[in-house]
Design a protein around this ligand. Structure first.
Ligand SMILES: Nc1ncnc2c1ncn2[C@@H]1O[C@H](COP(=O)(O)OP(=O)(O)O)[C@@H](O)[C@H]1O
Ligand SMILES: [Mg+2]
Length: 1137
């Protein structure tokens, strides 16, 4: 729901001066000040907006604010310039009424800012779209261009507009902007050549020098240093808060957006540069033969550069500064210029050049922004024109400006009154005449065609003969003497004769805003605004299209002898057009007020504001507005606002709003003379009545608030109570459920317990029964077993008895048989003995017989021969027998036939030896080289260990394999084997005995011809490599253990690590191989092999004794090794079986 608000809500002071009670200048100022102190810079007088310059940025121009004021009624929100802009725009769009926004106030009061705010508001709320946005952008960007060329820093305002500006913005029927037309009024061109103290020349000069690139400056033949240019005042060349360089970029950008071509921009800047150069021209006198002084350009460099810039022939311009041609009728007369005249001519040219350039810019901008469509446009005019000026020293310019303001005041009064009157008529309310000051009489004093001041000035200027400012003042003194607003010391009106505040060369005018003293000096010149024709012709000859355009009168083809219209005349004409234009439009006023002279925020100088309030005629304005009825309001919002004051209208009124208001007023007993009913509005005569209504409303609102509060509190309590009640039921229900659940679970649990007890008891009973039954069964079985046992034993006994009987029979039989056999044996032996004895006796007998028979045949040598023969026979038989009984060819075959005769003992043994040697030779001759080496090794092992070490016998049957790890085949050791470049003679896993504690850890043991290598078993990484020459000896025990110590030569490189104590299953092989390698090497002494149960080893620094003892059986079968102390390592070896 949209909340209806009103200007009357939260007012600080009063938002509309019409409501001021009591109305006086003091209360007016007090109200302004109060609002200003609360940052309320806008206040209304009816529909007029008073704006106080805050001199700081306030957060009241945001897009949110634009939205807030958009499409709202004027009195709905607190006063704001946006409210006025919105009202004007909507009235233009919806009611098809052309609008003008008149912004007045003195210099620095905020007029230009106000005009920009209005334009930006309208731009924000009007239609959108690509084309429309482009138009908007061009309209808005025309401002920076005109400000750069037409604004300057003055003592009152750092960005003071030095020209008047009126801009018509044209809209189509939908309210979208189509384009615009700008009119400019009277640029203050004297500023180009001279600036008052503390002020600057026009911004563009400073912007160009600070912002242009070096390149551009070079092209324009300029230097960056301000001090190089006479026309630039130096005392305030830089202004704080004004970034000239950045602004230059903004201006160029704006020119581009507005539609200036690149070469146009260049031409404009060339002209600006030319003006600066012009200012640097100096002149010197040169005596002529006629005794007159003639001026000459002093330093021609600047002149040369300027001519180059503008494409002017230097001699032509030079001549124009020395001579002047006067044409009268058909003659041309050339006169010389003295130095002063030359300076005058120079400055006149500079001023003209600049002001014409400015006008050209306006024309050029208009070309760009002019609406294209031919259809009728709706127009909103925005007038930003210099305000009333009262300086210490007022001249022609102030006179013109004040005249313009006088005219504006005139139409202000006229239009305000007219509008007021029209409203009364519209609403059917009776109009009562209002007394007010009409300034038409002052306007007449100035602009009257016959005897107005401007007309007389023109007359003086055109008059032949000597014309001076004094002659002009004389004329005024005679003609205006009677005018009540004209004051002069020398007029016939005697009352000023002794007025010393009025100097002789001045006249004073009582403007509507106060009295202003004008010094006549310069009036004639400024009105004439003469530029010597030679100069304009020189300009026309320039080879520069823009310059040529600016000085059309220099065209010799169009020589016009008629004087150009005077400045005053031109201005009066343009003001006339402007007024005519404004009168056709619906006016909206913004009256700007400057709160202090210091351009400072928060300062409100009473006297200064009072002065402005006075000359802006604001009190007059309020009075006019309040003449009949101070306040008026449409019936609907009025009823809406006050309906709570009457029971009949509260809370809803069904009938028409007007009737509602009538009922309300009657009910409130407001006196009838205090208000009147219009057609659509109620008119309230006194602000008092309005405040009475407001007060009542405030009270009523409080009561209403209490009522609303009461009802709300009741409602809140009740709903809270209902909520509690509902919650209580929910909680109770949940609790009951929970309690029942608990109870049920308890019962369930108890039942289970009772049940389990009963079941347990039953089960135990059953178990007991079953156990008893089982026992019975077992008893039966046992009894049966015993019974069967008894029976079986009985049977067994019976069988045994039977067997014993059978055995006894056999034994007795065997005994009988044995006895029989022994008897038989004895008898056989007896018989054999007898037979043998018989044979022996027979043999002896035979021998005896033979010897007795043959004794006669052999006598002396027979015995020898028989002996030899017998021996021969025996030897023959022996050898033949031996031959057939030879043992096998195996060298280990120990058998040998028994010796047949004791006398052959030696031979038999010798033969056995020879045979064995022969057999061995035979055996050896079958050996291959490898096998031979193996046996040699075995032989060496036996030489080393046989009968010395208990381990030896068990090693004899083992072959020396050498490579137990299969180094080449096993991929695990490939890396290691490739790391060893020698041929590996032995590879095995040995245990390395830790020197500190006697524990062993496995190591790979590799032996090559040159070294012993110990490597990690898992990774195969080489841990130690001992060159063989470093080994001095190997020690082992006499027992069956595999321990051996590698002792290193003292002083060798390996000796630092100390001796190695290792153990291996292949000890015999290892030591043999080590020994063998050392004995084969010619250059080395043999390796000692010590076999003893106690030897010393060098562990680092210590010499440790390794002692082998016979271990007790309880130590098990393994060899154990223990470090007993610093000097002793004990190895216990189990007793070998
Ligand atoms: N509404 C405003 N908010 C903030 N500063 C303002 C406002 N109006 C004016 N000013 C300040 O005052 C200075 C003068 O305003 P300006 O509109 O140029 O004065 P004028 O055109 O009346 O000579 C501005 O440059 C600006 O700093
Ligand atoms: Mg301005």
């Amino acid at each position: 729901m949209e909340v209806k608000t009103s200007l009357l809500d939260n007012m600080i002071g009063v938002g509309d001066m019409v409501l001021l009670e009591p109305l006086s200048e003091d209360s007016f100022l007090e109200n302004l000040k109060k609002r200003f102190d609360h940052n309320e810079i806008y206040t209304y007088i009816g529909s007029v907006v008073i704006s106080l310059n805050p001199y700081r940025s306030l957060p009241i121009y945001t897009p949110d604010k634009v939205e807030e004021y958009r499409n709202r009624n004027f009195y709905e929100l607190s006063p704001h310039i946006y409210a006025l802009a919105d009202e004007a725009y909507r009235s233009l769009r919806d009611q098809d009424k052309d609008q003008c926004i008149l912004i007045t106030g003195e210099s620095g009061a905020g007029k230009t800012e106000a005009s920009k705010l209005v334009m930006s508001y309208v731009a924000a709320v009007c239609g959108k779209g690509q084309e429309v946005n482009k138009v908007k952008e061009q309209l808005l960007q025309s401002n920076p261009v005109l400000e750069a060329f037409g604004n300057a820093k003055t003592v009152r305002n750092d960005n003071s507009s030095r020209f008047g500006k009126y801009m018509d913005i044209e809209f189509d029927f939908k309210g979208d902007p189509l384009g615009g037309v700008i009119s400019n009024y009277l640029l203050e061109k004297s500023r180009v050549v001279k600036q008052p103290r503390g002020e600057r020349n026009f911004h563009i000069f400073y912007q160009l020098l600070s912002g242009a690139s070096d390149d551009m400056l070079k092209k324009l033949k300029l230097e960056r240093d301000f001090s190089k240019y006479n026309y630039l005042s130096l005392d305030s060349a830089t202004v704080s808060g004004l970034d000239d360089a950045a602004n230059f970029r903004t201006v160029r950008n704006a020119m581009q957006i507005v539609g200036f071509m690149e070469d146009e921009m260049q031409s404009v800047l060339e002209l600006v540069a030319a003006v600066l150069k012009l200012g640097n021209l100096d002149f010197k006198p040169e005596s002529r033969c006629n005794g007159m002084d003639e001026s000459r350009v002093k330093d021609k460099n600047d002149l040369k550069e300027m001519c180059e810039l503008l494409g002017i022939e230097q001699s032509v311009l030079e001549r124009a500064f020395s001579y002047r041609t006067v044409e009268a009728k058909m003659e041309k007369v050339s006169t010389t210029l003295n130095v002063a005249q030359a300076y005058y001519a120079r400055d006149a040219l500079a001023k003209n050049l600049y002001s014409r350039l400015f006008s050209w810019l306006v024309t050029r901008i208009n070309e760009s922004i002019r609406a294209q469509a031919k259809t009728r446009h709706k127009v909103m005019g925005v007038l930003d024109i210099y305000g009333f000026e009262i300086f210490e020293d007022n001249s022609f310019e102030q006179f013109i400006i004040n005249y313009c303001n006088e005219k504006l005041q005139q139409i202000f009064i006229e239009l305000t009154l007219r509008e007021e009157q029209e409203e009364y008529v519209r609403e059917g309310i009776e109009w009562t005449n209002i007394e007010y000051f009409n300034n038409a009489v002052i306007c007449d004093l100035i602009e009257n065609n016959q005897n107005g001041i401007l007309a007389m000035l023109d007359e003086e200027c055109l008059r032949p003969g000597t014309v001076t400012d004094e002659t002009f003042l004389d004329k005024l003194n005679t003609i205006c003497a009677e005018h009540q607003h004209f004051e002069s010391r020398l007029n016939k009106n005697s009352k000023f004769l002794n007025d010393h505040s009025l100097p002789h060369n001045c006249f004073r005018i009582q403007h509507y805003a106060g009295k202003v003293l004008y010094r006549v000096e310069g009036f004639v010149d400024k009105n004439n605004d003469l530029l010597y024709r030679d100069l304009s012709q020189a300009m026309y000859k320039a080879n520069h299209s823009l310059i040529k355009q600016l000085f059309p009168e220099g065209n010799p083809a169009k020589v016009n002898l008629k004087r150009p219209p005077t400045a005053g005349f031109q201005f009066r004409a343009s003001v006339g057009t402007l007024m005519g234009n404004l009168q056709t439009k619906n006016p909206n006023y913004i009256r700007c007020i400057k709160p202090n002279d210091k351009k400072a925020a928060h300062i409100f100088t009473d006297s200064l504001v009072r002065h402005q309030v006075r000359y802006l005629g604001l009190m007059e304005n309020v009075r006019v507005r309040r003449a009949g009825y101070a306040f008026r309001q449409a019936y609907e919002p009025c009823l809406e606002r006050y309906k709570m004051l009457c029971k009949n209208t509260w809370p809803h009124w069904k009938g028409p709003a007007r009737q509602g208001v009538e009922v309300l007023m009657t009910d409130l007993q407001v006196p009838a003379e205090e208000f009147a009913y219009g057609r659509s509005k109620i008119f309230i005569r006194n602000p008092r009545t309005l405040f009475f209504l407001e007060e009542k409303r405030k009270q009523c609102l409080e009561d209403l608030a209490t009522l609303i509060q009461k009802i709300y509190r009741g409602w809140k309590c009740r709903s809270h109570f209902l909520l509690l009640k509902k919650s209580e039921i929910v909680v109770a229900a949940w609790y009951r459920r929970y309690a029942q659940q608990k109870k049920y679970q308890k019962i369930k649990h108890s039942t289970t317990v009772v049940q389990s007890y009963t079941r347990g008891w039953q089960a135990r009973k059953l178990l007991r029964e079953l156990k008893y039954q089982k026992k019975c069964e077992e008893a039966v079985t046992t009894i049966a077993a015993f019974w069967h046992g008894t029976q079986a034993r009985r049977e067994l006994r019976k069988l045994k008895e039977e067997a014993r009987n059978k055995h006894a029979v056999s034994v007795i039989w065997a005994g009988w048989q044995g006895t029989k056999a022994r008897r038989e044996l004895r008898r056989l032996k007896e018989e054999a003995r007898r037979k043998h004895a018989v044979a022996v006796i027979w043999a002896y007998w035979q021998g005896l017989k033979v010897r007795r028979e043959y004794r006669k045949f052999f006598r002396a040598n027979a015995g020898r021969k028989i002996y030899n023969f017998t021996i021969q026979r025996i030897m023959q038989k022996y050898f033949l027998g031996l031959k057939s009984n030879l043992p096998s060819m195996s060298p280990i075959d120990k058998s040998w036939p028994a010796r047949p005769y004791s006398f052959l003992e030696g031979v038999h043994a010798e033969l056995r030896r020879i045979f064995h040697l022969w057999r061995c030779k035979k055996y050896r001759s079958q050996f291959t080289e490898e096998k031979k080496a193996v046996y040699e090794e075995k032989l060496e092992a036996s030489e080393l260990f046989k009968d010395k070490k208990a381990l030896y016998p068990s090693s004899v049957s083992q072959t020396f394999k050498g490579d137990y790890l299969e180094m080449v085949k096993n991929p695990k050791y490939q890396k290691l084997s490739s790391a060893v470049d020698e041929k590996i003679l032995l590879a095995d896993v040995v245990n390395k005995i830790n020197r500190a504690n006697g524990k062993s850890s496995p190591r790979l043991f590799l032996l090559t011809k040159k070294s012993v290598i110990l490597a990690d078993q898992k990774t195969g990484q080489v841990k130690t490599s001992l060159p063989l020459p470093d080994l001095s000896s190997v020690s082992t025990s006499t027992q069956s253990d595999g321990f051996f110590a590698l002792k290193l030569k003292e002083g060798s490189s390996s000796a630092v690590k100390g001796d190695f104590l290792l153990s291996s299953d292949h000890l015999i092989e290892i030591v043999t191989k080590l020994h063998r390698i050392s004995s084969l090497a010619a250059d080395r002494e043999k390796l000692n092999v010590d076999i003893s149960d106690e030897f010393l080893v060098q562990f680092k620094q210590d010499k440790v004794c390794v002692k082998f003892i016979q271990g007790s059986p309880k130590n098990g079968n393994g060899v154990s090794c223990k470090r007993k102390n610093n000097r002793l390592l004990e190895v216990s070896v189990p007793t070998s079986p």
